[in-house]
Design a protein around this ligand. Structure first.
Ligand SMILES: [Zn+2]
Ligand SMILES: [Zn+2]
Length: 723
């Protein structure tokens, strides 16, 4: 990444940890003989704490008793294995309506809209997936119940499921996620019980844990042990090993599977493969796939925490086997990374293929056990929980989320802006690959505890194979940025130019010159407690005219705009076919759109310019039925400038912003005037070349100066990016 110019007044934090330091030498990988019991599910001490809680009384007893009662209900069910392996949820969709199917019964899967019934492969197999998961949960609860109570009836049920899978694993037809028909050619990424090595690896973690807990049970014969080891665990391991995924969350799960299988079978070779394989192992993964600052490279909090689940299995299994993998600095950084990203409603930005995600507090027990960080303790449930008993935690979590700061994560390519109770997250960083979106220079915005500026992430139904995924969720149109010539960006990264933070103003600027060939896009965001300023300068570097669609999506009930009142067809361009409730118009005046919300509204004000196209409508949210208001302001030419203010208003309050204007200065410099209702004005003067200029009587060479002027008073500086 080029060296950005970090001119700033107050730089609260720049996370630029570099992994180029020499990684810690891989620990010696040897396993204890004889193998301790338990080996991978928990340590003997952890099991003793769980058993003591079960034999005790009060809340600790209640926390572990839930699992025993799950095991009791499992015994009420018959063990019925599906006739085949499970399939990916991406097939469980109606192709014409692009909606998730509903399960009528095991053979009938219905579209909620057109009511068409789908049956057979692969739809039935999606339901088999759920049955396999149910059986695995029953296996897990029975194995734990056996370990805690010693009651053979639970051991027998665990044995029945384990040997049942051993008998079937190789017999279940091999299939892979790309197969919509049985006749499609499977790829090497497939499996037997599930359609992906990823899913089988995830599944086998629970299988290993269960086998570990019952492996000393009298009910298991020598032949049972042979079958579970050779026909199940080693076969799964071989199936996974044929697919080397390298830099991928798949490989993280593959490694966790090798670690657990190696651990429970006391096979040091498999444990070594998990940790030290030079192109796939744990150490390679941590170096290659974790960005400085700790975010998983796919640029999605959904995938970050999904992957962290496997990393946690890996390092915790290591700890139980006496191998310290926590020393790799990326492990702690992965736990810490999301803390800065909490938006004002407690969720994390839905960057990339993510659904609404919060930091999974229950998952921080191991991290707290290892590091005793107050920030981790604050995330934990009060307890007692199963995990708090297992780890022996007695401390109660602290109140509140701790300090939330504005921060630039330069390597991950995010700026988190805070002012008052408002938060915005700005994204410009490295392209996330398969799960990344074409979303450079886009942002999300939260204020008054509500989500406003909206990024849909991915469809809740995982519609990866449907056009709506490619042409809406992943495409540039669903993001709060500028679409050029009706097409999506290319997968690239932008560069940060500026970051400043004070208690009541924070700002960030970045640019991208490879998202569209021949176009340089610079964006500045300034967050004030009451509104957000968004400024864009787009410059044609190929001398050709382009069409620039400035987009803003805001959660709400409806959107109105006096400049866009004519019913019209959707414009040409990728994803515009998903815009409904469309109204269009043209205006030479400033544009104001209003989004009606539950308790209040949001005004979106864009500076005026001759012949600006205005479009309001609704785009796609969690599914094509979930509609989210949007505004598009369109300008054409060899360049374009946009200055906008987004002004949320709680019911009963008055508007704050009256009008936004932009005065150009030099090629890409400008002054934005935000005129406020109370006879005040705020000025934001930006110039990436830092040329000498006078703003409201103040001479400056700073990249950004923010000023406020009340009535006839002289202007005062709110913040300035000092050199
Ligand atoms: Zn349908
Ligand atoms: Zn996105």
């Amino acid at each position: 990444m080029a060296n950005p110019c970090f001119a700033m007044l107050v730089l609260t934090a720049v996370a630029t940890t570099c992994w180029s330091q020499t990684p810690p030498a891989p620990p010696a990988i040897t396993l204890s003989h004889p193998q301790p019991f338990p080996g991978v599910a928990c340590t003997p001490d952890e099991l003793a704490r769980l058993r003591a809680a079960w034999h005790g009384t009060g809340l600790e007893h209640a926390a572990v008793a839930r699992r025993i009662s799950e095991a009791r209900s499992a015994l009420q069910r018959e063990v019925v294995f599906p006739p085949e392996g499970g399939h990916h949820n991406q097939w469980y969709q109606c192709e014409s309506c692009q909606l998730a199917l509903e399960t009528v019964d095991a053979r009938q899967h219905r579209c909620p809209k057109c009511k068409r019934i789908y049956t057979g492969f692969p739809y039935d197999n999606v339901v088999y997936s759920r049955t396999h998961s149910r059986l695995t949960r029953d296996l897990s609860s029975c194995a734990w119940a056996y370990a805690l109570t010693g009651d053979e009836k639970y051991g027998r049920r665990a044995r029945e499921i384990l040997t049942g899978y051993a008998e079937r694993y190789a017999k279940y037809p091999y299939h892979s996620a790309n197969m919509g028909k049985i006749t499609d050619q499977p790829s090497r990424t497939g499996g037997h019980v599930f359609e992906q090595t990823l899913t089988e690896a995830n599944w086998v973690l629970d299988v290993c844990e269960a086998y570990d807990l019952v492996r000393e049970a009298r009910t298991l014969s020598a032949e049972d042990h042979r079958a579970i080891r050779e026909d199940l665990l080693l076969k799964v391991s071989e199936n996974i090993a044929k697919h080397k995924a390298g830099k991928s969350n798949w490989q993280t799960y593959h490694n966790a599977a090798f670690m657990m299988i190696g651990g429970v079978l006391n096979r040091a070779d498999l444990v070594r493969q998990a940790i030290a394989d030079p192109e796939n192992g744990f150490y390679y993964q941590m170096q290659a796939s974790v960005l400085p600052g700790g975010m998983w490279y796919e640029n999605s909090w959904g995938y970050h925490f999904y992957t962290l689940g496997a990393v946690e299995k890996m390092v915790e299994t290591g700890r139980r086997l006496g191998i310290d993998l926590y020393a790799a600095p990326q492990v702690k950084a992965m736990f810490t990374a999301a803390l800065d990203y909490r938006m004002s409603d407690g969720t994390l930005p839905r960057f990339g293929d993510a659904t609404t995600t919060r930091i999974p507090g229950g998952r921080y027990e191991a991290a707290h056990h290892r590091w005793r960080e107050p920030a981790f303790l604050a995330l934990l449930p009060e307890g007692p929980t199963w995990e708090s008993v297992l780890y022996g935690r007695t401390e109660k979590p602290l109140q509140g989320p701790g300090e939330l700061r504005s921060v630039l994560h330069a390597a991950a390519g995010h700026a988190i802006l805070r002012a008052g109770t408002a938060t915005a997250a700005f994204t410009f960083g490295p392209f996330g690959g398969f799960h990344g979106h074409f979303d450079k220079l886009s942002f999300v915005y939260f204020a008054d505890g509500r989500e406003l500026g909206y990024d849909p992430g991915r469809a809740r139904s995982q519609a990866y194979r449907l056009p709506v995924h490619k042409n809406w969720y992943r495409a540039t149109i669903s993001h709060n940025t500028v679409v050029v010539d009706g097409a999506s960006q290319t997968g690239t990264e932008g560069q940060p130019d500026l970051f400043i933070s004070t208690p009541d103003l924070s700002a960030a600027a970045a640019h991208v010159d490879r998202a569209y060939p021949g176009v340089l896009h610079r964006r500045l965001l300034v967050l004030r407690p009451g509104f957000l300023v968004v400024a864009d300068v787009l410059t044609s570097t190929d001398g050709k005219p382009h069409t620039f669609d400035w987009l803003y999506h805001n959660r709400g009930e409806a959107i109105t705009c006096s400049a866009a009142t004519e019913q019209a067809a959707a414009p040409e361009g990728q994803g515009f076919e998903y815009v409904n409730d469309l109204r269009r118009g043209t205006s030479d005046e400033p544009i104001q759109a209003t989004v009606a919300m539950d308790a209040g509204r949001v005004n979106v004000l864009v500076n005026g310019e001759m012949g600006t196209g205005a479009l309001v409508g609704t785009g796609v949210g969690e599914s094509v039925l979930d509609r989210v208001p949007l505004l598009v302001a369109t300008r054409r030419g060899q360049g374009a400038r946009f200055a906008a203010a987004i002004d949320p208003i709680i019911q009963g309050q008055a508007d704050e912003v009256e009008r936004v204007e932009i005065q150009p200065h030099q090629t890409s410099g400008y002054v934005i005037h935000v005129r406020l209702r109370n006879d005040a004005e705020e000025l934001f003067a930006f110039d990436p070349t830092r040329s000498r200029r006078t703003v409201a009587g103040l001479e400056t060479r700073s990249m950004l100066v923010c000023l406020r002027r009340e009535a006839q008073q002289p202007a005062r500086v709110l913040a300035e990016a000092t050199d």
